[in-house]
Ligand binder design. Sequence first.
Ligand code: G3P
Ligand code: CA
Length: 275
Amino acid sequence: MTHARQQLTQVVAHRGASEDAPEHTLAAYRKAIEDGADALECDVRLTADGHLVCVHDRRVNRTSNGRGAVSALELADLAALDFGSRRTREFWRTRDEEPDWVFRPEDREDTSVLTLERLLELVADAGRRVEMAIETKHPTRWAGQVEERLLALLKRFGLDAPASAAESPIRVMSFSARSLHRVRAASPTLPTVYLLQFVSPRLRDGRLPAGVRIAGPSIRIVRNHPGYIERLKRAGHQVHVWTVNEPEDVDLCVELGVDAIITNRPRAVLDRLGR
Ligand code: G3P
Ligand code: CA
């Protein structure tokens, strides 16, 4: 592999600095910004009463002390839950010192459910450019409502219609080509990322769904099919790889000239990149 690195590889904090703080919490995103991450990744789902919240799973059972599907719960139900204690207990077992994000009733915001609106506010107040990679989850169930609410929210922050894709601090990612198509139809200059868990025969030659300029392959694809990454790059696409946590995978991504590394460990990856 002979790709020279042409530009800085962007480091994207996956669900925040999610190795150091509970995923998708304000604590994890604050840490990612402190760590120097170039961008923040988050998954978004719609609550029963139409709020976009940053939660990965369909249900809240794994990441909180509650139970049930996000789509069946209202924001007030989610706000009553604690999204930090599970990780707190794990950390208490393995660390001598209490980490600074430990869940406490008096600063509940740090580990309670995070709305996308609150995350956008955090980014707006970061004091430096911090980009966002927003992934639409369960887009088929809501038949366009996730994208509609997302664009309406971005509009409130003046982020829905960038002058050009290159200037946009926001990109929308999805495993669903239909979801990305909806976003582009409403906002043609907002960049979209087509996430790939495997290389389908239809796309093996490096093509992406119409209008998509960024591919988001898993690190497993990169390890097993480096030639595919080279085809994507030759076709003129950007490549954003998830979830890259091991030093040798960081090196492989750099060698292949990937444009963004999505990681649970932004500080460690930045160190590896000499930044
Ligand atoms: O950044 C893309 C990656 O997050 C996709 O997988 O399951 O972690 O949302 P998942
Ligand atoms: Ca995701």
